[in-house]
Design a protein around this ligand. Sequence first.
Ligand SMILES: C[C@H](N)C(=O)N[C@@H](CCC(=O)O)C(=O)O
Ligand SMILES: [Mg+2]
Length: 363
Amino acid sequence: MKITDIKIGEISVPLKTPFKTALRTVDSVEDIIVEIHTDSGQIGFGEAPPTGVITGDTKGAIVGALKDHIIKSLVGMDIENFEEIMLRLNSCIVGNHSAKAAVDIALYDLYGQLYHAPLYKMLGGYQKQIITDITISVNSPREMAEDSVDAIKRGFKTLKIKVGKDAAMDLERMKAIRKAVGYDVDLRIDANQGWSPKEAVKVLTDMEDAGLNIEFVEQPVKAHDIEGMKFVTDHVAIPVLADESVFSPQDALSILQQHAADFINIKLMKTGGLYNALKICSIAEVYGVECMIGCMLEAKVSVNAAVHLAAAKSIITKIDLDGPVLCSEDPVVGGSVFDNDRITPSDTPGLGVTKVNGIRYLD
Ligand SMILES: C[C@H](N)C(=O)N[C@@H](CCC(=O)O)C(=O)O
Ligand SMILES: [Mg+2]
C-alpha cells in the first residue's frame, strides 16, 4: 500500500457554547484535515487543530510544515514499512507537533486498514468502551454551577472545571459547583497554567479545607516551571496532573524522574501523534503512573485516534475526550460513537472514518 498523494483541507464546526479557559476563548473548531491517498484506493484521515496558545501551531504553520517538509518526505513510501515512515515523519522537521499528529493519525488509520483490524485492537485492545468527562468553561460561579447541573442532566458523571483566572474567585467557583452538584459527581480542575506555585498551594489547600473533594488538579503553574509544579505536588494532597509541561516522551521521563507530578496528560497534538504517545504510555507504565488522555478543541477525526489509544492501553485511566460533544454538529462519517459520556471505538479497520463532510481543500 503505497502513498500516492497527501491532500490538505480545512473544516469549521461551531461550538454549542463558547469554550473559555485561563488561556483563551473560542467559538468554533477550525481544524486542518489531512487525507493520505494510496495506490490501493484506501484513504487515511487525520486532523490538526491550531492551538497556538499551547502548541505554538497556527493554521498557517501546520499547512507550511505539511507542504514544505512532511508531504514530500512521505509520498511514495509503503505503509508496510511503518517504522521507517514514522522515523521519517519525526525527523523531517523539528517541532510542528500538530502537523505531525495529523499525518501520524492518518498513517495509523492506513496501518489498521492494511492489516484489516481496528486500531485499538492493534495497539492492545484493552477495552471496548471508555467514559469521558466534560469541560465546564470558566465563567461566573453562578453560570458554572448552572452549566455543571446541565452537564449532569446530559448524563456526564465527571466534570473538568476550568479555573486559573483568579485564585480567590476559583475557590468561590468550586464551592458553588460542589454545592449545586452534590458529592456523587467527580470534579477535576484545570488551571491551564494560571496560578503561581504559592497561589496554587494556597487555593488548593483552601479547597481541601472546604471539603470540596477535588479528584486532581491539571497544570496549576506555567508549563516551563517544573520546579514550581513539584513544589505544588509536594505541598498539597490533591494529586497534580501535568498537561502543558509534557509534550515529548523525554518531558514525561523527566517529570516522573523528578516526581514533579502525580499523573500525565497525553494529547496527540503535543506528542505529534500516536507513535510518541505510545512511548509515553510505556514510560508511565515503568513508573506505575496513570495517564489521562486529553484533546484540544478538536472534531472527531483526531479525537477518534485518541479514543483508540485509550481503549488499547490500561495505563490510561482518565479520559478527557469531549471535543466532539462540545461541537454543535459532527462532520465526520464513521468512526467512534459518542453517546453522552460513553465512547465506543468502531470495529472496522483502522479508525473507521469513511468521510469528512464540509472539507474546503487547500491547493
Ligand atoms: C477540550 C479539552 N477538554 C481541554 O480542556 N483541553 C485542553 C485545552 C484545549 C484548548 O484550549 O483547545 C486542556 O488544557 O486540557
Ligand atoms: Mg489541560
